[in-house]
Write a new protein. Structure first.
Ligand code: F6P
Length: 323
């Protein structure tokens, strides 16, 4: 089948670098003489026909912008068979020969559904949670991690001056990759992630006591949102030891901001590859990366993969906190 016209959408939680990816999809399509349409508000836009024609100029100066110029949504209607049928009709009506869907695992489930209805779809991982198991890296993770790191560095200044304990809640939904990475980067006293069973006395109180024994007078506890709330952890610390911790929930600030160079370049490469795959007639694939190289895997296979926090990260963290 010759590909003449494709669509691109962003879906799920936004992630810095989504615009760089959309730009790469559009420019690669143009480079091959293929028309490109932006589908707005995720799969909702595919259902309602909320689309916009994109060309080289319409994506100019977007590589450095956070958020997504296409808007995003978590479409409930698209989860129904009826919604999917409407989306397929829109694709046929518009003559779309393929779709690039940028987002997380919910986006890929949507892509799989479209593909099963005969629409060619390629997924690109973009989520600050970095919890897409078939790829080591998802667009947005690097920027979100750096945002969290710079916030916690600021927090440390005031915690140090007041000799306090801070409990910082980091996003990640059910995954602790972001929290673990950030915790290692800020030199946290303890990091709590949902993947690791938590022994509060050993994993938090003992670490604070040990740090205090080693001469430290302020303590930084990083908690992944999936491992518990910072307020609860702070209350438990207060009840167990003579500290009055301050709570910081970093929240959605982690999803904003200009993407880092790493996010921009990976997003650009992934967007390029997704279009190449569509041009090669592929469907139901997701673009993945590991150690600098890129490949594509079947979406079903990708969605069924699992991975966890590396033992090495846990061991390194223990060594760094002196326990
Ligand atoms: O999946 C990205 C993410 O930011 C998660 O880390 C977080 O749990 C969730 O989205 C928040 O979603 P919402 O934007 O709907 O509050």
């Amino acid at each position: 089948m010759s590909v003449k016209r494709i669509g691109v959408l962003t879906s799920g939680g936004d992630a810095p670098g989504m615009n760089a990816c959309v730009r790469a999809v559009v420019r690669t399509a143009m480079y091959h003489g293929v028309e490109c349409y932006g589908i707005r508000r995720g799969y909702n836009g595919l259902i309602s026909g909320d689309i916009i024609k994109l060309d080289e100029r319409s994506v100019a100066h977007t590589i450095n912008r956070g958020g997504t110029i296409l808007y995003t949504a978590r479409s409930k209607e698209f989860m129904t068979e009826e919604g999917q049928k409407k989306a397929v009709s829109t694709c046929k009506f518009l003559g779309l020969d393929g779709i690039v869907a940028i987002g997380g695992d919910g986006t890929f489930r949507g892509a799989r559904a479209l593909s099963s209805h005969g629409i060619n779809v390629i997924g690109i991982p973009a989520t600050i949670d970095n919890d897409i198991c078939c790829t080591n890296y998802s667009i947005g993770f690097d920027t979100a991690a750096n945002t969290a790191i710079s916030c916690i560095d600021k927090l440390r200044d005031t915690m140090q001056s007041h000799e306090r304990c801070s409990v910082v809640e980091v996003m990640g939904r059910n995954a602790g990759y972001l929290a673990m990475y950030v915790g290692l980067a800020v030199g946290a006293t303890a990091v709590l992630v949902p993947e690791e069973k938590i022994d509060f006395e050993k994993d938090v109180i003992e670490k604070i006591r040990q740090a205090r024994f080693n001469g430290f007078t302020h303590y930084m506890i990083v908690v992944a949102e999936g491992a518990g709330s910072a307020a609860e952890i702070a209350a438990k610390i207060k009840a167990a030891i003579d500290l009055d911790p301050r709570v910081t929930v970093l929240g959605h600030i982690q999803r904003g901001g200009a993407p880092t160079g790493r996010d921009r370049v990976n997003a650009t490469k992934m967007g390029y590859l997704a279009v190449e795959l569509l041009l090669a007639g592929k469907t139901n694939r997701v673009v993945c990366t590991s150690q600098g190289s890129f490949r594509d895997v079947d979406i079903d296979e990708g969605l069924s993969m699992t991975r966890s926090i590396q033992n090495m990260e846990v061991n390194v963290l223990d060594a760094m906190t002196g326990i």
